[in-house]
Design a protein around this ligand. Structure first.
Ligand SMILES: [Zn+2]
Length: 201
């Protein structure tokens, strides 16, 4: 923290941090696979999930579509066969955390250690390198972004949200996705809904 900020009263520091987070947070994540405007990147969070992953992989194989799966280590270690099936299907295996705790709730050093551990544990299950990370809820600050970079991870958020964690018909989810998604964009979808307050993601 700079000396100028240290002199500010607590409420002003909080306000400054919130403003910085609101402005910088959304632009810190880069766009995986979204650099070609004639492509979109489809991503699935919070899995793997026995009730969803096998059917989803079969559908993607039939359509010849490759996606990125941002997995929770806790789920991955419970269902290692599903992680290997995702990799065998030609999809990218990426990290969403050990569990769904917001990265911003950890101190910087703890966040770096957690991400190193999470990456190593997911790589052990997947049998392949893991290089990309999506923070739970997309919550991040400049400090948490740096923690991910120090753990050797590229931070990826999304450009289009289909709101699929809300209980609604699939046709509505598809319509929302189509409305929000542009060429070169990244679509956020879920393999499972992580129990918790508010917006899932
Ligand atoms: Zn999530």
């Amino acid at each position: 923290m700079s000396s100028a900020r240290r002199r500010l009263p607590g409420w002003a520091r909080t306000a400054a941090r919130r403003t910085a987070d609101a402005v910088l947070g959304p632009v810190l994540g880069s766009v995986a696979g979204g650099r070609r405007t004639d492509h979109v990147a489809i991503t699935f969070d919070d899995g793997p999930e026995p009730g969803t992953t096998p059917g989803l992989l079969a559908l993607l194989a039939r359509r010849g579509v490759h996606c990125t799966f941002f997995l929770l280590v806790r789920q991955a270690e419970e269902h290692p066969e599903l992680v290997r099936a995702i990799g065998d299907g030609g999809h990218e295996i990426a990290l969403h955390g050990i569990d769904h705790r917001p990265l911003t709730s950890l101190r910087h050093g703890d966040a770096v250690r957690m991400l190193h551990e999470a990456r190593a544990r997911l790589e052990a299950v997947a049998g392949r390198p893991v290089t990309r990370y999506r923070p739970p809820y997309g919550k991040q600050t400049p400090a948490s972004w740096l923690a991910a970079r120090r753990a050797g991870l590229e931070v990826v958020v999304w450009s289009a949200d289909a709101d699929d964690w809300v209980d609604r018909p699939a046709t509505q989810v598809a319509a929302i996705a189509a409305e929000n998604l542009r060429g070169g964009g990244v679509l956020l979808l879920h393999e499972r809904v992580e129990p918790g307050p508010g917006a899932n993601r």
